[in-house]
Design a binder for this molecule. Structure first.
Ligand code: GLN
Length: 285
């Protein structure tokens, strides 16, 4: 039987949480991309549980779930360090949703020391359960301007954002030495270990500024409220990007809207092309 080798393999971390939902939306997104661009690229989407599986990936999604459990399982199964290498040393495209955003933060508060480890990669501090407990889940219809240029539907069409015990980005941290030590000294705060980017391209990506991609404001209409949702801040940061690492507080995987997956896969493709060009230039030096 002929084995088809994918041109690009994208993984979803499958230790806990909503991983199969992401795989499904990735498939939908790849089909949408094929239609839109007519590029007959073979995408491979895999569930990632081992360092070997991770090594095959050009990009990775870390799903929503429970960040403490995910980090414990990752540490126990020996994939935590390879994940840090993937995100911070090789700087491959990574996207974290909800618990995934927590794991990608360089600092997370409301966390017992020793109870949780972070991967890091985004120079931000997240507040873990900012939007309350499980029963305080809510949905909000937001326009996500970053989808504008590439999405198949218009950017004005709101995206249904599902928040479940969702974190918020409470601070954008400077990309400077010593920040982690400062953060570590705060109460109930854990930080990710620092790593050195593996080459010039990774260094360039890591040094990019954190961009705020979406906020939730007082005026956002909540579509469904299980409970009255109190909004502590005026504008809460709920999506950020730093180069090719992206994180959002909500769960796109719990909707049937593949627009963010389409946008993200386009980014993975661009990053893979950049990496190829960089390696080629390096070899011909
Ligand atoms: N706040 C949760 C955590 O700490 C994340 C919730 C979620 O992914 N729905 O992991």
């Amino acid at each position: 039987m002929a084995v088809t080798v994918p041109d690009i393999t994208v993984g979803v971390l499958a230790l806990q949480g909503a991983f199969s939902e992401h795989v499904q939306l990735l498939r939908q997104a790849a089909a949408a991309l094929r239609q839109k661009k007519g590029v007959d690229l073979k995408w491979g989407f895999i569930e990632v549980r081992t360092p070997q599986e991770l090594a095959r990936c050009e990009g990775l999604i870390i799903p929503g779930g429970e960040s403490t459990t995910m980090s414990l399982v990752a540490a126990r199964s020996g994939i935590l360090e390879p994940l840090r290498d993937f995100v911070k040393v090789q700087r491959k495209p990574t996207w974290g949703t909800c618990a995934g955003l927590i794991l990608l933060a360089e600092s997370a508060n409301r966390t017992k020391k020793g109870g949780q480890e972070l991967i890091g990669g985004l120079d931000v501090r997240v507040n873990r359960n900012h939007f309350g407990r499980q029963q305080e889940s809510f949905q909000a219809s937001l326009s996500l301007p970053f989808l504008g240029a590439t999405a198949d539907k218009s950017a004005d069409q709101p995206y249904r954002c599902v928040f479940i015990r969702a974190p918020v980005v409470e601070k954008i941290l400077p990309h400077a030495q010593g920040v982690q030590t400062e953060e570590q000294e705060k109460d109930e705060t854990v930080v990710a270990p620092s790593k050195t980017p593996g080459d010039a391209l990774a260094k360039e990506e890591v040094s990019k500024d954190v961009e705020v991609m979406a906020t939730l404001s007082f005026k956002t209409p909540a579509l469904q409220k299980d409970h009255e949702h109190e909004h502590p801040g005026k504008e809460d940061i709920i999506a950020v990007r730093q180069g090719n690492v992206f994180g959002c507080s909500f769960h796109p995987e719990l909707t049937e809207d593949a627009r963010i997956h389409v946008w993200w896969l386009e980014g993975v493709l661009k990053a893979a092309e950049r990496r190829q060009a960089f390696e080629l230039a390096d070899r011909t030096k």
